[in-house]
Structure formats: C-alpha cells, structure tokens
Design a protein around this ligand. Sequence first.
Ligand code: SF4
Length: 218
Amino acid sequence: MLTKKQWEVCLENFAEMFPDAHCELVHANPFELLIATLLSAQCTDVLVNRVTADLFQKYKTPEDYVSVDIEELQNDIRSIGLYRNKAKNIRALSELLIESYGGEVPANRDVLMTFPGVGRKTANVVVSNAFGIPALAVDTHVERVAKRLGMNRWKDTPLAVEEKIMRWTPREKWTDTHHQIIFFGRYHCKAQNPACGECPLLPLCREGKKRMKVVANE
Ligand code: SF4
C-alpha cells in the first residue's frame, strides 16, 4: 500500500502535471452546476456541455423547469443517458427548491444529499465548485487512480476512498486535488491504456509496475 510520504509525492506530481485542472462542466451559477452535475452521471462532461448550451438558454430558474410538461423536458435532454429519470429528478428538485429554499441552492452538502437524484459525489461537486467549500468528490477517475496507486484497496467503497484522500491531503487542497486527479485519470492514467511508460509515479505505483512487467515479458 502507498505510504503518506508517497501520497505527498503524488500530490506534487498531480499539481505539476495539471496546474490548471478545473470543473469542466460549463455553468454560470450554483443552480446550473447542480443541473449539469446531475446530468453528468454515467455521461461525459463534453456531452453534458453540448446539451446544456441550449438547455440553460431555455431554463434559467427552477420555475422554468416545473412550468413545462415532463415530456418536453425529457425531449430537451434526450441525448443524455438515463434522460427519463434525470428529467424526473430535475423536476422534483426544482419543486423542492421553490417550496423549501426560496429557489436558491443551499450551500450545504448534507442538505443537498436529501435532494432527488443528488448523491454524495454531486453534492460535493456543487459545494466545492459553486460555494468554495473544501470537498473531495470521488468519481470514477478518482476512484480508479487511488486504487491503482495503492492508496486504497480494490474492494474499498467510494466513501472509503474519499475519507482516505481527505485524511492524507491538506484541507485547503481538497478541491484542487479533486480536479487534478480527475484530469490525471481522464488524460493520463486512463481506464484503457494508462500511460505508465511515461508516468512520473511509476516507481511507486503497484498497478503501473505490474503493467510494465507484463509489457516487458511480452
Ligand atoms: Fe496510472 Fe500507470 Fe501512472 Fe500508475 S504508473 S498512476 S497506473 S499511469
């Protein structure tokens, strides 16, 4: 397993490789980020941005989402996976925002997690990016990178990954680290064909060493 000292080396490398890592979901306010993040489940940010470019022109407030038929909203997001369920959740959370929060997105992860379709990852993304509250959302990239490096065991849950990374990373770095690991996983340590041969973390990475041994033996 990775040691804390080795994790610090990882953090330095993530920051050096991706100093400008940021949230790639286009949004202009917390409400748009909440909608975009909800839409991004099991879907790429690129596709979400393509859809929200028009969506956010048409729907600007929670009232706008509840003023149309559900079929119309489904149709507006139909190129996104699970669009029926996502449309239902957008409608339900818009109603909740109007009824209980004056139409404003609350800056509180635990409250957000009570919203329809909003899990821990989505809530963390919203509070950190929209409100500047340090948080560390574990998505598929963060989970894969942490497990490949040996930061976590393969059987660990996303919550266990989140807790370990938060424990070993200074709080003020949580949000930047989250973006940097996502970029590292999206553009370097990809699910298929990670760039182990040119990875600065290879000397300490259990998965990378295993993969390079296999390549050497081929
Ligand atoms: Fe990912 Fe390979 Fe680098 Fe390990 S060595 S972090 S598996 S790219």
